[in-house]
Design a protein around this ligand. Structure first.
Ligand SMILES: Nc1ncnc2c1ncn2[C@@H]1O[C@H](COP(=O)(O)OP(=O)(O)O)[C@@H](O)[C@H]1O
Ligand SMILES: CC(C)(COP(=O)(O)O)[C@@H](O)C(=O)NCCC(=O)O
Length: 329
């Protein structure tokens, strides 16, 4: 198997697949890691120096993931970007008879809290920028669109952080629509995990990148009453998937690490946890996971999985072991 345009193949049943609508699996081609790594001719081979440089951006992703998973994925994305540019240029030239306006190609990255979205998105950003004709690739996380803590508290939403109602969805869609309309510069709010809040007066500036990676729990969600939704503006999307029990463990491990480091600072929202024993910290992490992040995954995030163009499934050690690719233009 060495062609990214393979026709649809029915996927075998899998225990971790959650109630996909009947026939939906027929839209996807399923590749084992081994099969996926053989696709295309663009295996990314990095020198030790290049690996070291990437490590600071995308620690703790493994070099074999870069070569075997990101090689074919970046090639697939490049094919899509080039086709999109060429279509826009042809429509502009031969139909509208004016030059095509620059518009970013937008890639959505979805998945649970702690599944590894930020790590994955940083690595994809670095690899696309490095391997793709010097394209400028920007990365935006949706946490900047969370309502400030004062608003969440006033609305009784502090225990529903990450749920759809905790985000300024209108602001998020407005940003994406203005990006796609070719805005030359946009500013979006910045979120601090340390302060557990949006930072007043701090903004990320986005200046017409060639590719915009838009990463967050909610990027594939649809809202019942909204005229448009984030994914209306996506050209490509990826869902990072793993067993909920594995993600719970990654959440706990990250919490324990933060408890020993960031929570020790008086500026941390969780500073009151600074003296917890590892056992107590693990109990707090499990409580937050069970009461907030797991219900959010089950109710709001997992149901969006089959809207993604590519679904990447990780094993218990963060290794991507299966790739599902949705067919179609
Ligand atoms: N490829 C990977 N290999 C090993 N650990 C990883 C990998 N990707 C993420 N992690 C770890 O898993 C945890 C969650 O990752 P993160 O990117 O912060 O997730 P998210 O943005 O989805 O909340 C972090 O502790 C991170 O270091
Ligand atoms: C800010 C978040 C909603 C976003 O998560 P991320 O995009 O980093 O996966 C999440 O980190 C969060 O704060 N969840 C609420 C419960 C908790 O403290 O984990």
């Amino acid at each position: 198997m060495n062609d990214l345009t393979l026709g649809p193949q029915p996927a075998p049943p899998r225990s971790h697949r959650h109630s996909a609508p009947a026939g939906q699996d027929g839209l996807y081609s399923t590749f084992s890691r081994e099969e996926w790594s053989q696709l295309g001719k663009d295996r990314i081979s990095l020198s030790p120096e290049e690996l070291e440089a990437l490590r600071s951006t995308a620690e703790p992703a493994s070099p074999t993931d870069i070569e075997e998973i990101f090689g074919p994925l970046c090639r697939l994305i490049r094919l899509h970007v080039e086709a999109s540019h060429s279509l826009s240029a042809r429509i502009a030239g031969s139909l509208l008879r004016k030059a095509a306006a620059p518009k970013p190609y937008i890639i959505g990255i979805a998945g649970s809290v702690a599944v590894g979205k930020s790590t994955f998105a940083r690595l994809l950003q670095a690899l696309l920028a490095r391997h793709s004709n010097a394209w400028r690739v920007d990365l935006v996380a949706t946490d900047g669109f969370l309502f400030p803590t004062a608003t969440l508290e006033a609305r009784g939403l502090m225990k529903r952080k990450g749920f759809p109602e905790s985000y300024d969805l209108r602001g998020m869609v407005r940003f994406l629509s203005e990006m796609k309309a070719g805005a030359s510069e946009l500013e979006i709010p910045v979120y601090s995990h340390e302060a557990y809040d949006v930072v007043p007066g701090s903004f990320q500036k986005i200046r017409q990148p060639d590719i915009l990676i838009f990463e967050g729990l909610n990027v594939l969600q649809t809202a019942r009453d909204a005229r448009s939704t984030a994914s209306d503006f996506f050209d490509f999307s990826v869902y990072l998937d793993a067993e909920p029990s594995d993600i719970a463990r990654w959440y706990k491990d990250r919490f324990l690490l933060l408890q020993r480091s960031v929570f020790q600072r008086p500026t941390s929202y969780f500073h009151h946890y600074k003296d917890l024993s590892p056992k107590e910290a693990a109990r707090v992490a499990a409580e937050i996971w069970q009461s907030i992040n797991l219900p959010n995954l089950t109710r709001n995030i997992l149901p969006t999985r089959d809207r993604a163009r590519v679904i990447l499934h990780k094993d218990a050690a963060h290794r991507i072991v299966e790739v599902r690719l949705r067919q179609g233009p």
